[in-house]
Design a binder for this molecule. Structure first.
Ligand code: BTN
Length: 330
């Protein structure tokens, strides 16, 4: 009922609607309307009440609740099923727990706060309450498991595009999927998969964007290497607008990839945004440690590294640090 009352208020955007009209159209008592209006106020909605005129919605909170997000989402599949938690251990962990029982393709899990946000290489991901976008997109793509990493690359393009649309900030990508601004990390993507040899059971794409985080909100050890849209822009961003733009852009890129089976339409955009093309880097993984110059990123999404003997090494996965004045910087 609360959602329906909110809808009524929204459909009269900026104007008063009387308690009588709401109670008539929703078939509830005027006392119940008053009670639900108070609950909405407690949730952060600014609602003016005036005798004889009724209620007027003045401001909505920066909330990621499905009813707040829905008006900004214009997709066919992605985010049509949207689950929101005020608090969760990790949206990726939650997604994995429900994935085994079956899920609707394109389900999106969002949280206001993660208590055990997870990053790549077993790291933790700081996810303070109400200050970022912590979300996971759940997919059942009919592609080879070998192509799953391409979805991560196109996700990076989609997130950059969304950030640009909403904040005007031009972000870069540090292969494979760190989104950086002025050399500091603004967003991370954690892709996890369950697959057989030739088919994917599920693919989940965890996206963490530092939106309205102040520098002092970051753990001390991250303050030199992490940033947020608020820090860079000097202004707050409405999270639901950015979250919806990510979902909308993701669907566009993902649909293109599923239709063609390739990321060749996006690879130039990806390379234009690359923070490491032409740079001297160190690439590490559990099985390798190499230094060289990044000469290209292939249509398969692999890093082409020119080693000091002039040979080219193709790298499928790893962690890149860029050579700076003081050594290699992650
Ligand atoms: C990285 O280390 O760069 C990846 C960070 C991914 C963080 C996001 S936040 C939403 C989702 N849930 C998680 O626990 N992690 C991802």
């Amino acid at each position: 009922m609360k959602e329906k009352i909110l809808q009524e208020l929204k459909s009269h955007a900026g104007f008063y609607i009387s308690g009588e009209e709401i109670s008539g159209s929703l078939q509830v008592s005027r006392t119940a309307v008053w009670k639900y209006i108070n609950q909405l106020k407690d949730m952060g909605y600014v609602i003016e009440s005036q005798t004889k005129k009724g209620y007027r919605l003045v401001e909505s909170p920066d909330s990621l609740l499905p009813q707040e997000m829905k008006g900004n989402i214009n997709t066919e599949v992605i985010g049509q099923n949207l689950k929101f938690f005020e608090q969760v251990d990790s949206t990726n962990l939650y997604a994995k727990r429900i994935a085994e029982g079956g899920f609707e393709d394109g389900t999106v899990i969002m949280a206001d706060e993660q208590l055990n946000g997870r990053g790549r290489m077993g790291r933790t991901w700081a996810s303070p309450k109400g200050k970022g976008i912590w979300m996971t997109i759940m997919l059942k793509p009919k592609i080879s498991p070998a192509d799953a990493s391409k979805v991560t690359l196109l996700t990076a393009c989609a997130v950059c595009k969304a950030i640009e649309e909403i904040s005007g900030l031009y972000t870069q990508i540090k292969w494979p999927n760190d989104i950086v601004l002025n050399g500091k990390k603004l967003c991370g993507i954690l892709t996890e998969m369950s697959a057989e040899i030739d088919e994917i059971n599920y693919l989940i794409i965890g996206i963490g964007v530092n939106v309205n985080i102040d520098l002092e909100d970051f753990p001390h050890e991250l303050q030199a290497i992490a940033t947020s849209i608020k820090i860079e822009k000097g202004d707050m961003i409405i999270r639901k607008e950015l979250a919806a733009a990510i979902i909308n852009n993701f669907e566009r890129y993902y649909k293109g990839f599923i239709m063609t089976g390739s990321i060749k339409d996006y690879i130039n955009e990806y390379k234009e945004r690359s923070a490491i093309l032409g740079k001297e880097v160190r690439v590490t993984s559990s099985t390798l440690e190499l230094q060289g110059t990044v000469v290209d990123i292939s249509e398969e999404g692999q890093l082409q590294l020119e080693l000091c003997d002039g040979s080219i090494k193709e790298i499928i996965s790893g962690e890149v640090s860029v050579r700076g004045l003081t050594g290699y910087i992650s």
